[in-house]
Design a binder for this molecule. Structure first.
Ligand SMILES: CC(C)(COP(=O)(O)OP(=O)(O)OC[C@H]1O[C@@H](n2cnc3c(N)ncnc32)[C@H](O)[C@@H]1OP(=O)(O)O)[C@@H](O)C(=O)NCCC(=O)NCCS
Length: 185
């Protein structure tokens, strides 16, 4: 699989109208979300595929999902809320410097309840634990919900990739420093 397959190129979410280890994050608007590491079992592959189909115009195949869930370099997290799969996120850890966020998506029925924020906070914790200095991601210029999420978490735009996506839309490259508390957060 190429590195392009693993990133948001050609994806980046659907825009403003878009529809192992464990930890707990709270959902401000009621209930709680449980975050756990995914495994390449059928159930996790199917759940992530369901998210891909619901969230992206160019969903990852089950093969790509299984490869990513199996990769030691990839931290793949699944979120569950109210007993159901709610979303997932993954990132490639390249110690000591870089973490590249690969994809994040929340099932439409679970949006605006803090699921993505809990997933991103858990990914950041994994990157910090690995001693990584910076997180990077790409996002479509038109994807207002995702941009708002990343900005809320302290990511800042450091570059623009012109005509990056299949429809010639630009990508914003966003970065978060994982230094001492207070850095870029
Ligand atoms: C972007 C996405 C992951 C957000 O998931 P979510 O679980 O609904 O987000 P959260 O509830 O955790 O929101 C956290 C913050 O993100 C921002 N945000 C999320 N959705 C937003 C929206 N529709 N409009 C404006 N801000 C939004 C807000 O700042 C929010 O904080 P707040 O609730 O205190 O205002 C979700 O909309 C999604 O799956 N979209 C399709 C796939 C996609 O675009 N992925 C990103 C590719 S780069």
């Amino acid at each position: 699989m190429s590195s392009e397959d693993r990133t948001e190129k050609g994806r980046g979410g659907e825009g403003p109208e878009d529809r192992g280890r464990s930890g707990k994050g709270s959902i401000e608007r009621g209930g709680s979300v449980a975050i756990r590491r995914g495994t390449p079992c059928d159930a996790d592959v199917r759940a992530v595929r369901e998210m891909e189909l619901a969230c992206f115009r160019h969903p990852w195949s089950e093969v790509t999902i299984a490869e990513s869930l199996s990769s030691p370099a990839c931290v793949f997290l699944l979120a569950e809320a109210e007993g159901s799969f709610a979303g997932s996120a993954c990132a490639w850890m390249i110690p000591p410097f870089e973490c590249q966020v690969g994809n994040i998506g929340v099932m439409p029925g679970f949006r605006r309840r803090g699921v993505a924020e809990a997933l991103m906070v858990a990914l950041r914790a994994e990157a910090e634990k690995a001693g990584i200095a910076e997180m990077f991601l790409e996002v479509r210029v038109s994807n207002a919900p995702a941009r708002a999420l990343y900005e809320k978490l302290g990511f800042t735009t450091v570059d623009i990739r012109k005509k990056y996506y299949e429809n010639t839309e630009d990508a914003l490259v966003m970065r978060l420093s994982l230094g001492a508390p207070g850095d870029d957060r």
